[in-house]
Ligand binder design. Structure first.
Ligand code: FAD
Length: 510
């Protein structure tokens, strides 16, 4: 354990128990059926826990492959080689306790997760700044950032509005939303009176990673995420990534695990409507089949959830509060773009595997897949090439994927001039809008895991939790919470749920 973590523990920055789990039988007594709609992280996390406790669980996933926004699927390149393509690079942070606990079902030692050295932020205007090597835990990480970061000098601190900065250190799951949910992240950042460089290099890169524009994102959500990733996180900003594609490392083993425990996982099975059926539910799918179950977990992305609820008239009677929240919840954040390039040639040997990018109009991150995943590495070794993935987390509406990919490539060349020499052999580019929006004022109406209908639960990264969580970790945590509600209703033992320090270091008690 690092010294900063020892100090952090003394002030309560450590793993916290949200739910100890247990309280029931290792397997539910009697036959219990559950349907999970959506085979991404949220749905599969729910399915894993339910199947292990003997619930007869069926996962219905609309796409031909599992994983949703962490999906992976095979593609054949023009040179005839088969390559897995993915929905995009993901950082597996170490405070993702619930997601990691699910992943241990795929590999108990998490051997497939390899540390990614460094977390640099690139800018055309300022020198690269490194975040991955800060001491892991607060308050030492914050002090080191203030002392080491060339973007924030002592005289800048004097010019800052320190009162405006205090809420960042005082995250509280109720008070932060009461005070800041109506403010935008942009307004909060402006009120700090940071030097432009510090704002760009330390804050904007971070808030972009939540798939929302600062001017349209709640300041309370930004404070919550600063707490979750930096100011309340005992594990640090360093992260890990699978060394195989997500299907091989995660989805195939988790599917086998669910099936081994008697569950069923169907892909290409889009749920089209939900109807009340006696004490339970019936989920209809596009091929005309219908699945009866006492419990249903809707673990789909926000627009898909709104569409499914709208196509299920029974919910107007049985879940009016859910129905009422859907129009706002179902509007996703701005589109995001992912472009994976297979190229001849490589960038400089000292370029990092993953880099965040600040203040480019489109480009937000660069990943060198041929230095990350084994299949890409083999392809690059064979061809002398490289596999480079570019992301934009919140881009302009209505721009085609190919054009966004080209804009991102041009912006990469401005940062790494040698990228101009890469000859593009193949490109797979996508633009999609499925990420939850965290608009100002939205928190009070954000749906939680429990709905107002008996036996109907939600899970996903847009679903509200009362403890710090975000992105993949929120999907896994809400999936487990949904499973726990079902298990408690049926006499089965619940799964433990964990998170980081629930409040900021300067949050008032009570
Ligand atoms: C480019 C990119 C990079 C990211 N990077 C990171 C990162 O570095 N770290 C991090 O923590 N998070 C990251 N994320 C976010 C992360 O991917 C999501 O938070 C997480 O995968 C969401 O999982 P989910 O299960 O909640 O939703 P989804 O993955 O959206 O899963 C929902 C599933 O439901 C299915 N579905 C929809 N409608 C139906 C229907 N009617 N019937 C049946 N199935 C249906 C969908 O096909 C999908 O598989 C990133 C996301 C993207 C797009």
């Amino acid at each position: 354990m690092a010294l900063s973590q020892v100090v952090g523990r003394l002030v309560g920055v450590r793993e916290h128990e949200v739910d100890p789990g247990g309280g029931g039988a290792p397997r539910v007594p009697g036959r219990v059926e559950a349907v999970v709609v959506g085979g991404g992280i949220a749905g599969m996390s729910a399915a894993v826990v339910l199947a292990e406790r003997g619930v007869a669980v069926t996962v219905l996933e609309a796409a031909p492959t599992l994983g949703g926004r962490l999906g992976a699927w095979p593609e054949t390149l023009a040179d005839g080689s088969r390559q897995m393509n993915e929905h995009g690079f993901h950082a597996f942070f170490r405070q993702y306790y619930n997601w990691r606990s699910i992943l241990r079902r795929a590999d108990p030692g998490l051997g497939f997760l390899k540390p990614v050295p460094g977390y640099p932020i690139l800018s055309e205007r300022w020198p690269t700044e490194e975040f991955g090597r800060l001491p892991p835990a607060p308050p030492a990480n914050l002090l080191a950032l203030l002392l080491r970061s060339p973007s924030l000098r002592l005289r800048d601190l004097r010019g800052m509005d320190r009162d405006a900065a205090l809420p960042l250190l005082a995250y509280d799951p109720a008070r932060t939303y009461a005070e800041f949910d109506d403010t935008t992240a942009d307004e909060l950042l402006t009120s700090l009176r940071l030097p432009d460089r510090a704002r760009a290099m330390l804050f904007e890169v971070f808030s972009h990673s939540f798939f929302n524009h600062e001017a349209e994102m709640s300041a309370a959500e930004m404070i919550a995420q600063f707490h979750f990733y930096l100011l309340g996180n005992p594990e640090g900003l360093a992260f890990d990534c699978p060394d195989e594609d997500y299907a091989t490392a995660i989805w195939d083993p988790l599917t086998r695990h669910v099936e081994k425990h008697g569950g069923r996982v169907f892909t290409g099975a889009a749920a089209t409507a939900l109807t009340r059926d006696g004490e339970g539910w019936r989920v209809a799918t596009a091929d005309g089949t219908s699945y009866p179950a006492r419990h249903v977990v809707l673990a789909v992305d926000p627009p898909a959830l709104a569409a499914l609820v709208a196509a299920s008239p029974d919910l107007a009677d049985h879940a009016p509060a859910l129905v009422e929240r859907m129009p706002a919840f179902g509007r996703p954040g701005p589109p995001y773009a992912v472009a994976r390039y297979w190229c001849d040639g490589d960038v400089a040997a000292d370029r990092a595997v993953f880099s965040g990018v600040s203040r480019q109009p489109t480009l937000d991150s660069v990943t060198l897949y041929h230095r990350l995943e084994n299949e890409s590495r083999r392809w690059a070794q064979r061809t002398g090439g490289s596999v480079v993935e570019l992301h934009a987390y919140a881009c302009e509406e209505g721009v085609p994927a190919g054009e966004l990919a080209e804009r991102m490539r041009a912006e990469l060349i401005a940062l790494w001039p040698e990228a101009a020499r890469l000859r593009v052999r193949e490109l797979r580019a996508r633009v999609e809008a499925q990420a939850p929006a965290f608009t100002p004022g939205g928190h009070a109406r954000r749906p939680g895991v429990r709905t107002d209908a008996d036996g109907l639960y939600l899970a996903g990264d847009g679903v509200r939790t009362e403890f710090p969580s975000a992105l993949m970790e929120r999907s896994a945590a809400t999936g487990i919470l949904a499973a726990n509600h079902i298990l408690r209703a049926e006499g089965g033992a619940a799964e433990p749920v964990r998170s980081i320090r629930p409040r900021g270091l300067l949050a008032r008690r009570g």
